[in-house]
Design a protein around this ligand. Structure first.
Ligand code: GRF
Length: 234
């Protein structure tokens, strides 16, 4: 059975689109039960409409507290069919959730951040990294916990950053990889291959979903992104 998911958006929804596309092409074994936005004009809602997906706009300004808003989101997500085995996917959702929300979906909320956490948390990850003058930037998919951009890391992707580039140049380069690593993380979850041990998330080898199995142990030392590139002899 496909993994039931709810996708939370606040803006363009290009990550939502990459998830929709993967589901429709059959490479992601998930079913979007609900798209939720806290912004009425979020283009992510238009994307949901275009694909005939259930959606709901919940304006946080309509609720007396952060907790009341979170409870309304929980109710909508559960009612849509994301029960005890579903996953909540924050795809550009620009709100901090409370323990009301996280308690309802313990270890079942993931987020994508456009920086290599723990560096550059917050709403301007791409431009903060570019302005800092990093040579390597990237994105992070992580489980959501009570702290912003802090939960255990599932997968990260890195891209080079040239001197003088700003967030407007770096952002789209990172976004292209976001659209690949986010569906990958969801698929690993759908295959029950993510094992959280403290701050560490192990990805179990495919086909061995039970606990204690070996994890994906690609030889990290053979993977390296060096920027600016090393020259002959170094
Ligand atoms: C992405 O860069 C994501 O990393 C960040 O917000 C942006 C959302 O983009 N959290 P989109 O709405 O998915 O296009």
């Amino acid at each position: 059975m496909s993994l039931p998911i709810a996708v939370l958006v606040s803006g363009s929804g290009s990550n939502l689109q990459s998830i929709i596309d993967r589901i429709e092409e059959g490479t992601l074994d998930a079913e979007i039960k609900l798209v939720v936005s806290n912004k009425a004009g979020a283009y992510g809602i238009e994307r949901a409409k275009k694909h005939g997906l259930p959606y709901k706009v919940l304006l946080h300004t309509d609720y007396r507290s952060r907790e009341a808003f979170d409870q309304a989101m929980v109710d909508a997500i559960v009612e849509a069919g994301v029960g005890d085995d579903g996953l909540v996917v924050m795809a550009g959702f620009m709100r901090i959730v409370t323990t009301i929300f996280l308690g309802a979906f313990e270890n079942r909320v993931i987020n994508i951040h456009p920086a290599l956490l723990p560096s550059f948390p917050g709403v301007h990850g791409q431009s903060d990294a570019a302005d800092y003058g990093v040579k390597i930037a990237g994105c992070t998919v992580h489980f959501v916990d009570e702290e912003m951009d802090h939960g255990p890391v599932i997968i990260q992707a890195a891209v080079p950053c040239q001197a003088g580039e700003d967030g407007n140049v770096l952002g789209p380069r990172i976004l292209k990889l976001e659209h690949r690593v986010f569906p990958q993380a969801i698929q690993w979850y759908a295959e029950n291959r993510l094992n959280i041990e403290g701050r560490h998330v192990n990805v179990r080898v495919a086909g061995k979903p039970c606990a204690g199995q070996p994890t994906v142990d690609t030889e990290p030392k053979t993977y390296a992104l060096v920027w600016p590139p090393l020259e002959e002899g170094f």
